[in-house]
Design a protein around this ligand. Structure first.
Ligand SMILES: N[C@@H](CCC(=O)N[C@@H](CS)C(=O)NCC(=O)O)C(=O)O
Length: 313
């Protein structure tokens, strides 16, 4: 293990029950979980999968006793290596690459300049700290919660109010069940009446546009096809799941459709053509997410004022 790999979110003093060298606790909708699944697919590392439901995909399995023993913070994903947990998806992918031999070195270069560039783009796509809705201007990852609100509002229509209410007792962060209850009651068409949600959504959309402008310039700087040039790296893994979420939540049209940001549009087409995207993201979309995607599109298509409210027109 490299010195760098021992410094990151690896909890070597904790050993959890395990059967395989690599085990992943993850959720099919969660962006950070997708990052891990894509990364492990790109590295060719086989792993034992433990799917953990979040309220948006069914129930609060992530704050049940069994899962809190894996991660007391109740968050996914958690990567186990020989039973030792690694927390924080942006650190887990670096850890996994550090243990994946030459393929790992391709995805996370050793050369300090190349590595610093990859680290910058991983960080810009990360969700860091207790409130990732702050600092949307600093990180594209922090724009994601706000931009996910419409599909959350659609997805929770499939979850009973009783199930969401359970979170008020069990979730360490009571704000989360309250947000989901509000989204359940208001529905996607009621979102424009929630002023704080709309402020977050519009700020996130504006800042995401700026991050994508920066991404376009970066793709120009090296001439592509990937963020740091010829090589596909962990930076591209991190941005694949950001762009996927923007497609899932129907922001791709406004952000890179038509004449807007053609470099980003072409980059997205390359990402979406990778086998890892098909296997670790597309084929794992759950029915609630598929229904949510359709509901967001349908609501915006049938109500121009809703579309205008979301897009800040
Ligand atoms: N910084 C963490 C963020 C993890 C996180 O926020 N996970 C979300 C899903 S993407 C989660 O588990 N949410 C469940 C909840 O808060 O109830 C990481 O990158 O792994």
């Amino acid at each position: 293990m490299t010195a760098r790999a021992t410094r990151i979110g690896y909890q070597g003093d904790i050993t959890l029950p395990h059967r395989d060298e690599w085990e992943l606790y993850h959720n099919n909708f969660s962006l950070c979980s997708k990052k891990l699944r894509v990364c492990l697919a790109e590295l060719g590392l086989p792993y034992r999968s433990h799917h953990i439901n979040l309220i948006e995909t069914g129930c609060y399995e992530n704050v049940g006793r069994d899962y809190l023993a894996i991660n007391p913070a109740g968050l996914v994903p958690v990567l186990l290596h020989c039973g030792h947990p690694i927390y924080e998806s942006h650190e887990e992918i670096v850890y996994a690459a550090a243990h994946a031999g030459s393929r790992g070195e391709e995805l996370m270069p050793e050369d300090p300049n190349a590595r610093a560039e990859v680290e910058h783009w991983i960080d810009r796509a990360s969700l860091v700290g207790k409130d990732p809705t702050k600092g949307t201007d600093q990180r594209a990852g922090h724009c994601i919660p706000g931009l996910t609100l419409p599909i959350f509002a659609a997805m929770v229509q499939h979850i009973s109010t009783r199930e969401i209410l359970k979170g008020l007792l069990s979730h360490p962060n009571k704000e989360r069940p309250l947000i989901f209850l509000t989204l359940k009651w208001m529905g996607i068409r009621g979102l424009p009446r929630l002023a704080p949600a709309m402020r977050l959504l519009r700020r996130s959309l504006r800042h995401m546009g700026q991050h994508l402008d920066a991404l376009g310039k970066q793709l120009d700087k090296h001439g592509g096809p990937w963020i740091t040039g010829e090589r596909f790296t962990l930076a591209d893994v991190s941005w694949m799941v950001i762009l996927d979420r923007l497609v899932e939540t129907d922001w791709d049209g406004v952000l890179w459709g038509g004449d807007a940001r053609p470099k980003v549009a072409a980059y997205w087409r390359r990402l979406a053509g990778r086998e890892s995207y098909l296997a670790a993201v597309l084929e794992m979309r759950c029915p609630i997410t598929r229904q949510g995607i359709a509901a967001v599109k349908q609501a915006k298509a049938s109500d121009q004022s809703l579309r205008d409210a979301f897009e800040g027109k």
